[in-house]
Design a binder for this molecule. Structure first.
Ligand code: FE2
Length: 227
């Protein structure tokens, strides 16, 4: 994550270059450089990392709770972000093929969200905690593979025809993730706009409850608007 600290000291001391405006603008520009595929794939790698942290630390319940919560937080926001930004774009740019892809991806999400809901209601001390996460990882890893190998390359190819579209979608995806729920709400559905809108009503409650959950970096809660 970019921060003031990432600006070299000498540059910071030079008032010509260092100002809050300069820093904010530079951060925005740097964040805006990625394509939608890069943004999605970056999330996938993070989700994988959090999964591995839970799986590989059996017995350390506090550690597993922190990374389990981080996994839920990231996956829930990522999923709704895709439903609101990426799947409509597939339908728009890839015609019938895109509609089929989006429909299949939404069905995958519905299955994973149900399993995530079960997982998020478990304590790390539960003997089935890791089992439930591994069970969820089966369909989720298949879904991730399919998105990366089939959906995103097809979408990216079409987006190339419209200058700046992929980058602009990456920015929208990032912004969308800041206001969507951070827990799983499968009954809210995966079909925008109406069913997803129902899910969005849960977002403020999720964000408030996050204040009281444990996360890996000792923060009270990761701030969605900074990711
Ligand atoms: Fe994804």
């Amino acid at each position: 994550m970019f921060s003031v600290r990432t600006v070299p000291l000498r540059l910071r001391q030079c008032s010509k270059y260092y100002s809050p405006f300069f820093t904010r603008r530079t951060i925005r520009q740097a964040l805006a450089m990625s394509t939608i595929s890069e943004a999605i794939i970056k999330d996938h790698r993070e989700i994988e990392q959090y999964y591995n942290e839970v799986i590989n630390n059996a017995g350390d319940h506090d550690y597993q709770t922190r990374y389990g919560n981080q996994f839920i937080w990231e996956l829930a926001r990522h999923s709704v972000g895709e439903e609101l930004v990426v799947y409509p774009a597939m339908e728009k740019y890839l015609g019938e093929k895109g509609k089929d892809m989006a429909e299949s991806d939404r069905k995958d999400h519905a299955v994973v969200k149900e399993m995530l809901k079960t997982f998020q209601n478990m304590k790390s001390s539960d003997p089935d905690y890791v089992n439930q996460l591994q069970k969820l990882w089966g369909p989720l890893s298949e879904h991730i593979k399919e998105e990366e190998e089939r959906d995103l390359p097809a979408l990216e190819q079409q987006l190339q025809a419209v200058e700046g579209e992929s980058t602009s979608m990456a920015t929208s995806f990032g912004r969308t993730k800041a206001f969507v729920p951070s827990r799983s709400h499968p009954s809210a559905g995966e079909h925008p706009p109406f069913e997803t809108a129902m899910g969005l009503l849960a977002a403020p409650i999720d964000h408030l409850a996050d204040l009281f959950r444990k996360f890996p970096d000792q923060k009270v809660s990761p701030n969605p608007s900074t990711k």
